[in-house]
Each structure stands twice: as structure tokens, then as C-alpha cells.
Write a protein that binds this ligand. Structure first.
Ligand code: GUN
Length: 300
């Protein structure tokens, strides 16, 4: 709690406890199948941020007791060679989840690569089959960031039924699946985006705000209804201040201003970010259980 009574949502702590709960499920899976769940991560090229993400995913996968298969390919990898690797992983019984780190180098067709992944191994939830299953209210592998955001919201608010939720941003990775998840929880969902008229007024109606636009501190404090719960998905680096090498990391919400209005808000960093990898492990465990014909693990 701050002096204004607003809570900072500790995504780092929630993610750590989720990773522990997953780790406790792995031996049960192993007992029934004789093997650990396996996650394959494919990285093409040497994008610095992607290298860091992939290394973190590998470390977290091993720490949860799962098998990690890393495939690093050169930046000039041909489309057909990448697709051939995905198909090999689709056929590999030891692999339950496949994640191709995005963005891919410009000459590669991301959509075609994602579509080559077996939907039942698509732990990123990006295949149209999984997007369609989610939209139809069926069991689906769901993108990690929105599912992690939903977990934090339910932890704060319990039942979300009937609440007004505004999702700012309509990406396939976050905005669209987030809106579907909130609808599934019986929220009244508004999707706002760059062309939305009177965006501050739209956001002011929201009990729940999810900001996922990728624009530094775009959502201002006085756009927020008193008592709103805010999930800030943005990670933007500001220009460095004088004498500093790197600029500060900020979200899509002006957090300091927001604190005067909200009931709770995720910080940047340390809010939604840590949830993404924890949910990736959750999706891998779920994919593994479904593929092995086991009951879906409870409580995730
Ligand atoms: N790059 C940044 N975030 C993600 C993600 O969630 N999945 C994949 N595959 N690539 C990413």
C-alpha cells in the first residue's frame, strides 16, 4: 500500500509462487508418463533482447524440472529450413511445447512459421486454431502475457463478473486474447486502440484497464476511475537522462499519477513481465498433460 492506499501488484512474487506450483506438478506428470514435460525454444539470429528472453526461458524451464531444448539458428536461415525444424519438433514425442522467439529476421514469414506449429504444442497460443478455440470459449492454449495478466486481476479482484474492462491495444499477442479472456470472465469488454475517439473518456468508465499499446506513459492518471485496477503491459525505454547510458524503463501508464486514483496497479518492471515465463511453463505443463491424455492440472 502507498500513502494513497493504492496497491502495487507484485507480479514477481506471484510468478515465483506459480513457478513453484508448476514445479510441484512435474513429478506427478513424470510418474505417470516416465518423462518430464519438454519445451523447445527456437531462436533465429542474434537480436540482443531475444537472446536475453531465450536464456531466461531456458533457466526457468530447467528450474521447474522440465526438459529444455534450445535451437539457435543463424540470422540467414532459410524459411524452408526453419519450417523443417518446426515439423521435426512437431513429430518429436519428447517435445510438448514449441516456441519460436519473435520477431524473426525480416526475410522470414512469421505467420507461416507459427502456422506450421502443431496447435497442441503451440504454447504461445498464437496459432489461429488456438485463437479460434479461445474465441469460441473452448479449451485453448492461450498467449502467456494476457493469461498472466488475468491471473493477477483475479488475484486482486476475485470474481470479475459484470465489471467494465477496457483493453487499450489490439495486438494478436496481447490485446485480442486479453479481451477474449475478460469476456470469458463475464466482464463487459471494450477494445480501444489508436483510432478510438475520446480515449480518456472510454478509459474513465473502466473498473479494469489493460494497457498494451507500446507507447510510454500514454495513459494518464486523470484518465482513470477512482478504484480502478490497472494492468500495464507496456515496456518502453525512455531516452537517457544527462550523464546516463540507458534510459528508464516505463510502461504504457503514467504510474506515479495513476497511484492517486487506482486501487491497484502493476509496476514496470516487476509486474506483468515476470508472469510471461511462468505462464509459458504453465502452458507447457498443460500441453504435456493434454497430449498424454491426463486430466488437466488443477488450479492454474
Ligand atoms: N517476443 C516477445 N514476446 C514474445 C512472446 O510472448 N512469444 C514469442 N514467441 N516471442 C516473443
Amino acid at each position: 500500500m502507498t500513502k494513497n492506499g493504492a496497491a502495487i501488484i507484485n507480479g514477481k512474487a506471484y510468478a515465483a509462487s506459480l513457478r513453484e506450483r508448476i514445479k510441484a506438478e512435474v513429478p506427478k506428470f513424470q510418474e505417470q508418463t516416465g518423462r518430464a514435460p519438454g519445451l523447445a525454444v527456437v531462436l533465429v539470429g542474434d537480436d540482443a533482447a531475444s537472446q536475453v528472453y531465450v536464456a531466461s526461458k531456458h533457466k526457468a524451464t530447467i528450474a521447474a524440472g522440465m526438459e529444455s531444448f534450445e535451437h539457435r539458428l543463424p540470422a540467414d536461415t532459410k524459411q524452408e529450413d526453419l519450417i523443417a525444424l518446426v515439423e521435426k519438433l512437431n513429430a518429436d514425442e519428447a517435445v510438448d511445447g514449441i516456441l519460436v522467439q519473435l520477431p524473426l529476421p525480416g526475410h522470414l514469414d512469421e505467420k507461416a512459421v507459427v502456422m506450421a506449429i502443431d496447435p497442441d504444442k503451440d504454447v504461445d497460443g498464437l496459432h489461429v486454431i488456438n485463437a479460434g478455440r479461445l474465441a469460441n470459449g473452448e479449451e485453448a492454449l492461450t498467449p502467456c502475457t494476457p493469461l498472466g495478466s488475468l491471473m493477477l486481476l483475479k488475484d486482486q479482484l476475485g470474481d470479475l463478473s459484470g465489471l467494465n474492462a477496457v483493453v487499450v491495444g489490439r495486438s494478436i499477442l496481447v490485446g485480442k486474447p486479453m479481451a477474449q479472456l475478460l469476456l470469458r470472465e463475464n466482464c463487459t469488454v471494450t477494445m480501444a486502440h489508436s483510432r478510438t475517439r475520446d480515449l480518456p473518456d472510454v478509459v474513465r468508465r473502466a473498473d479494469i484497464v489493460v494497457a498494451a499499446v507500446g507507447r510510454a506513459e500514454m495513459v494518464k492518471g486523470d484518465w482513470l476511475k477512482d478504484g480502478a485496477v490497472v494492468i500495464d503491459v507496456g515496456i518502453n525505454r525512455l531516452a537517457p537522462e544527462a550523464g546516463k547510458e540507458k534510459g528508464r524503463l516505463v510502461g504504457d501508464v503514467a504510474t506515479a499519477e495513476a497511484m492517486d486514483h487506482v486501487r491497484a496497479i502493476t509496476p514496470v518492471p516487476g509486474g506483468v513481465g515476470p508472469m510471461t515465463i511462468a505462464v509459458l511453463l504453465r502452458n507447457t505443463l498443460v500441453a504435456a498433460s493434454m497430449r498424454a491424455g491426463l486430466v488437466k492440472p488443477e488450479g492454474f
